[in-house]
Design a protein around this ligand. Structure first.
Ligand SMILES: [Ca+2]
Ligand SMILES: [Ca+2]
Length: 296
């Protein structure tokens, strides 16, 4: 598929822009490489503006480290402090529990004590009073016990917080900026150096491109901005095939058989999601080649 970008100069919220793009084109624009970012910039009509692209920060993407990786968001238990999680500065993606049992998101690089869960032990909850970053704390729990603690309900929450004298890491965290509107994988990023900063500490952040520089900024999703849609167009390629055969290759049955064999071969070679068809020239698909002279 090839991405064709279309600039729309009537400002909408990010969600409004997404609806518009899905109705008129394919989706809000995804940008997966430097080359695509350059092509995107060519479509913008005026410098000095911010225009929505399809990248957004899924602020509800919390995951427990323990378990099968599946996370039931609707029925999951949370015990957030008032006005949390707020992702201050756009850098808070790990969770602490305070001594009365409420949670908040914090920068993962802060050193804190933590609580491990021990499946085998007589006591399931182990308070480790050594200060570590979230990642180091998690590795510690993995090596000595089962994992950082998972808190599945209020009963478990009430068992853990009386052990605490200060804020501790628990096994809850999320990844930033992992989603494109069209569900492409978010690997390429082109943030302006200070971004994303979640200025204003809004829970919902979406990405916009600076139409002068092509760098990206995080902006509150309810802001009304111009935007860029994408249209996905199937890639078309033409190949010439040279076949040696005694049979009449212009027999439609034979042609169909060749096409099916080609399809199977390409699929075995790892190609997926493609269609093959014959092209005609002067009313015929195959043309006899004149005999070539052999040189000695
Ligand atoms: Ca916070
Ligand atoms: Ca920002």
């Amino acid at each position: 598929m090839v991405r064709e970008y279309h600039y729309v100069n009537s400002p909408k919220t990010w969600a409004g822009a997404q609806t518009f793009c899905r109705e008129v084109y394919t989706d809000l624009a995804t940008v997966e490489s430097k080359e695509e970012n350059i092509r995107l910039l060519l479509e913008t009509q005026e410098p000095g503006k911010l225009a929505w692209i399809g990248l957004y920060d899924d602020t509800k993407s919390w995951m427990w480290t323990m378990g099968d990786g599946k996370f039931d968001r609707e029925n999951s238990f949370f015990r957030w402090e008032r006005n949390e999680p707020n992702n201050i500065g756009g850098k808070q993606s790990c969770v602490v529990m305070n001594w009365v049992g409420f949670w908040r998101d914090e920068i993962c690089e802060t050193d804190r004590p933590f609580v491990c869960f021990d499946e085998q032990g007589p006591s399931k909850y182990i308070l480790v009073d050594t200060f570590m970053t979230w990642d180091v704390a998690r590795n510690y729990c993995l090596s000595k016990y089962t994992d950082l603690v998972t808190v599945r309900n209020l009963t478990e929450n009430e068992k853990i917080h009386p052990m605490l004298a200060r804020n501790v890491w628990i096994g809850l965290r999320r990844n930033f900026w992992t989603n494109w509107s069209d569900e492409s994988l978010a690997t390429f990023k082109n943030w302006y150096e200070s971004q994303p900063d979640n200025s204003g500490s809004t829970p919902a952040s979406c990405a916009a491109v600076d139409t002068t520089t092509g760098t990206w900024w995080d902006v509150h999703c309810d802001t009304e901005l111009e935007f860029i849609c994408e249209k996905l167009i199937p890639l078309r390629r033409r190949f010439k095939l040279r076949l040696q055969s005694e049979t009449d290759l212009n027999d439609p049955v034979i042609q169909q058989q060749i096409l099916e064999q080609l399809h199977d071969k390409l699929e075995t070679d790892g190609l997926s999601d493609f269609k093959l068809r014959w092209n005609q020239n002067e009313g015929q698909t195959f043309h006899k080649e004149p005999k070539k002279k052999t040189h000695g």
